[in-house]
Design a protein around this ligand. Structure first.
Ligand SMILES: [Zn+2]
Ligand SMILES: [Zn+2]
Length: 276
């Protein structure tokens, strides 16, 4: 109920703002605005994990549309998308899931920062949360991540940066697959997609409360021990090392190319927040 009234309020606020803007704009701009669909983007501008329950249950949204945006030549494998959909259906109650593909030009950069990924999303994304449909955006980039540390072999495979926004660094994904006969592009893509979706489902301790404490810990720059939003259980999909290429290839090799699953603790958390 709360969410519904927020949506209506949000939409009308946007309409009012849009109308008042039209009045003061030139006639050519007015023509453009008439064909613009009114979308309340604020629903897709919340922090990671904020929509965990909206993914897991059908209380507020009974449909999910995933926009798969990819740079030409970097389209994910069909098998990876199908396996990822299977994972979403296993963990959540969503049954009505649609995938829309969007081919994009390369930004012609070697690396991208999270800010740049966000800016590209603002330019290109067309699918937003609307009515009882939850909108999701995944960008398959032809670059690596700007903050990678090649000296330590730390290449980031993927990240989530808002409640319905994800990036997969295909350049790094493909490097791993190239290096091992046990591991295919599709396997790394599936494992990375599933791990990042795990974060959007509120794991670990970011939107889905822990039933039992199982958050992994890291020492920060001030020497304090803090939770690192990953799982401390052996072999779990939400292990911290899976976000980096070296950890991913180690784990996939150890599992003979099998994509890791959520462990019992992570499954308890998503079930407690409206999931299966
Ligand atoms: Zn992670
Ligand atoms: Zn876990």
């Amino acid at each position: 109920m709360k969410n519904k009234s927020f949506l209506i309020l949000g939409l009308s606020a946007f309409l009012i703002w849009n109308c008042s803007k039209s009045e003061s704009s030139s006639s050519s701009e007015e023509e453009n605005e008439e064909v613009t669909t009114v979308v309340d983007k604020t629903l897709n501008q919340q922090e990671t994990g904020a929509s965990a329950n909206d993914f897991l249950s059908n209380d507020n949204y009974d449909k999910l549309i995933i926009e798969v945006a990819y740079v030409t030549g970097y389209q994910p494998e069909e098998a990876a998308i199908l396996d990822n959909l299977e994972f979403i259906e296993e963990i959540t109650f969503k049954e009505d899931i649609e995938v829309q593909y969007l081919e994009l030009d390369s930004p012609n950069e070697a690396t991208l920062s999270t800010q740049e990924v966000y800016d590209l999303e603002q330019e290109n994304r067309t699918v937003y949360t609307d009515g009882t449909t939850l909108g999701m955006y995944i960008y398959f980039s032809d670059t690596t991540f700007e903050d990678d540390d090649p000296d330590s072999g730390l290449y980031t495979l993927g990240a989530v940066y808002l409640n319905t926004s994800m990036v997969i660094y295909q350049e790094s994904v493909r490097e791993i697959a190239k290096a091992s006969t046990l591991i295919s592009n599709a396997t790394v893509e599936t494992a990375t997609l599933n791990h990042e979706f795990g974060h959007l489902f509120g794991l670990v301790n970011i939107g889905s409360d822990m039933v039992h404490d199982h958050e992994d810990e890291t020492t920060n720059d001030d020497g304090e021990i803090i939770g690192n939003q990953h799982c401390d259980q052996e072999g779990c999909l939400m292990r911290a090392e899976l976000q980096f290429s070296s950890g991913m290839s180690k784990m996939l090799t150890a599992k003979n190319g099998q994509v890791p699953d959520l462990d019992a603790e992570c499954l308890l958390d998503v079930a407690a927040n409206g999931g299966r």
